[in-house]
Design a protein around this ligand. Sequence first.
Ligand code: MV4
Length: 497
Amino acid sequence: MTKITKILVANRGEIAIRVMRSARELGILTVAVFSEADRNALHVRYADEAVFIGPPPSSESYLKIDKIITAAQKTGADAIHPGYGFLSENEDFAQAVEDAGLIFIGPSAKAIELMGSKLAAKAAVAEFNVPLVPGTAEPIKEITKAKQVARHVGYPILIKASAGGGGKGMRVVENEESFEEQMDRAVSEATSAFGDGSVFIEKYITKPRHIEFQIFGDKHGNVVHLFERECSIQRRHQKVVEEAPSSILTEEKRRLMGEAAVNVGKACGYYGAGTVEFILDDNLDFYFLEMNTRLQVEHPVTEEITGLDLVKLQIKIAEGEPIPFKQEDLKINGHAIEIRVYAEDPANNFLPDIGTLKTYKRPQGHGIRVDDGFEQGMDIPFYYDPMIAKLICKADTREAAIEKMKRAINEYEITGLETTLGFCKFVMEHEAFRSGNFDTRFVENYFTPSVLQATCEDEAMIAAIVVTHLSNDKTMQVKETAHHKPVSQWKKNRITR
Ligand code: MV4
């Protein structure tokens, strides 16, 4: 057992702050790293110490392994937490941290490497009775043999890059005639994108639901799961809404999937926090897809329904402590939903709309949590992911959590840039979401920018009506904006106070 006394957080924004908060509660000192673009960032101010690591592009700062390790050594940190993104799933980084005599707060470099190869991952878990999508378990070498497999599992099939993941390097093949052409493309794409042209085929599940299980392993061989997160509401592989628990799992299905998730962890000798991704077909049969070897953006919904602090758990495990509870001690408490608030314009193909947070007021009250890294007046830097915040609502039931989320969205005030708040409100109000009857095609099936315009016009109309009945300064501003720019200002001057 090694007590950690000082953690360097190799990340920025909300996740850096999230990690530092838990460290501080454990009496552990914190070190931030920052690029030129983040001199005034909140994670820098929050930390006990901060080290400058280079120019704004992440390739010259947050992705520089030696600069980060040097910063840890210089400040006397004894552990590094990678957050998510950046170096969090880089086995060379994990190894370099350990080689420098520091503790990597995450899994072993070996586990990261194994799960980074989709084929190696499938091979490893197959021996542990984890259901896999029908297809090939080895890289495709011969086209005739591959065609045989495809014919056997049935078209449409999906060609995936072994080194891909998160939807990168996938190709749907509708019939045998286009097989060869698509295969050639997939191989050359995988070669240029990942430096590894290995591809494999799977039956294409056409309307999958994406359900992932949070697992934790310790350094003593114990693995548990912390139930599931439903992440089917996504847009181009970017999650928009996540919730726990999933409304379609029965107790029995949850038990079976949880067991499979634990087996995935056991298959790779996993320790730390990990996420096992499954897809479910319309029979609700589930298949292992891949494993993410990091703490995920959406971890707060799991924290809300289990009452556990996942970052503290990560730190304890990194120190060598055994998991402090048994699987059967865990139970789901209530329902939690997270939405991601991005500085993107849903009316304009979700183009990043970076700029200054002219007004920034968070919603408050019982069951509402906001994880963010900004304050009013700050700029959203252009160099990084444009996520402004995660808004998490927790209540006794799914219905109550949805209603709470609607209130929270209405009370969130952000001006100066466009955000995905209105888009998330659209999801919360949609019948398919409310009924629980949706799959990963929700956004493409139901969303067009015109659904926002409708909301906007309604609000402009309501604004105009309110203004005719009231005449204080505040509502006068609403009137002006609503009248001059009714379309693009739809969420900037909400009057639902
Ligand atoms: C699939 C699939 C259908 N059939 N595999 C996308 C992300 C990557 N983790 C795997 N993905 C998929 N794999 C088979 N055999 C559909 C997807 C998929 C998807 C999966 C989860 C969440 C959203 C998705 C959106 C499009 C496609």
